[in-house]
Design a protein around this ligand. Sequence first.
Ligand SMILES: C[S@@+](CC[C@H](N)C(=O)[O-])C[C@H]1O[C@@H](n2cnc3c(N)ncnc32)[C@H](O)[C@@H]1O
Length: 273
Amino acid sequence: MPSPLRLDPVQETLLLTLYARALDSKAPHPILGDTRSAGLADRIAEDTGYDFAKLKLKPSLVTSTALRAKKLDDVIRGFVAAHPDAVVVDLGCGLDPRWARCAPPDGVDWYDIDFPEVIELRRRYLPDRTHLVAADVTEPGWSGTLPGDRPAVVVADGVLPFLPGDSFRTTLRRLTTRLRSGELALNGYTRFAAWAMKYHPSIKALGIAAAQGFDDPHEPEQWDAGLTFAEEQLLTRAPEVAAFPQPLRALTRLVARSTALSRQGTRVLRYRF
Ligand SMILES: C[S@@+](CC[C@H](N)C(=O)[O-])C[C@H]1O[C@@H](n2cnc3c(N)ncnc32)[C@H](O)[C@@H]1O
C-alpha cells in the first residue's frame, strides 16, 4: 500500500523542481541530464502514489529549472575548485541531488537545509554525504551550527519567492555575519515574476501565493548583509537555449533581444560577501 506524502504546499514545490529535472533528463537533448532526479521521482511515485502529472509541467518550466540548476552548480563547482576547504550551504534544498552532481572535493563540508518534513524525506531517499539541517531557514539559531571560519558559498535555488516579508534579507544578514567570506548565488525573481508565478498552472495546482522578488540586481547591496553584486546571467542568452524544444527555443531567442524582458525570465545572480 503506498503511504502518501505529508507536505504543505510550499514544501510540495520541491516535487515540481524534482520532476522538472527528471523530465529534462529524459528529453532528447537534456540540459542538466540529472538521471538521479528521474530515478528519485519514479521511486516516490511508486512508494507514495504521488501523481506528478497533476503538476502540469510545461516545457518552459522544465528547461528553466534544469538550466538554472546547471548554472548554480557551475558557481559551486568553481568555488570549491578555488577553495577545497569550503563550506557549501544549500538553502531550501528540497530533494535536489546537487551534492552528487557537483561532486565536491573531500575537504568540503556541505549543508542541506530545509523544513523537518523535507529533511526526513532526504534521509530516506538521498543518503548523501551532506550535513542535514532540519530548520526553517528564516529562523535564527541554525546558522550557528555552520563553521564560520572557512570560505563559504550559499545557494538558494527556487526558494526566494516562498520566503515571507523581508525574511530573506534577515536570513542573509545572519548568514553573512556567521560566515567569514564567500559568495551567494540564487535564481532571481523580479517583483512581477514573483507575483505572476501564482498564476502559473503548476504553482496554482499547489495553491501557493508566491510573493517575493526584487528588480534591480544591486538591491541586495542595500540589505545590510555585506553583499556586493558580482554577476547577473540572463538565461535567455545562455548557449544551452539551443537545446530547448521548439517553439520555446524561437520564443526564448526573441525575448533574449530585450534585457528588460529577459530579466522577467530566469536569471542567476551572484554576490560576494
Ligand atoms: C521550489 S522548491 C526548490 C527545492 C530545491 N532547491 C530544488 O531546486 O529542487 C522550494 C524549497 O524551499 C523550501 N523552503 C521554502 N521555504 C523555506 C523555509 N522558510 N525554510 C526552509 N526551507 C524552505 C521548500 O520546503 C522546498 O523544498
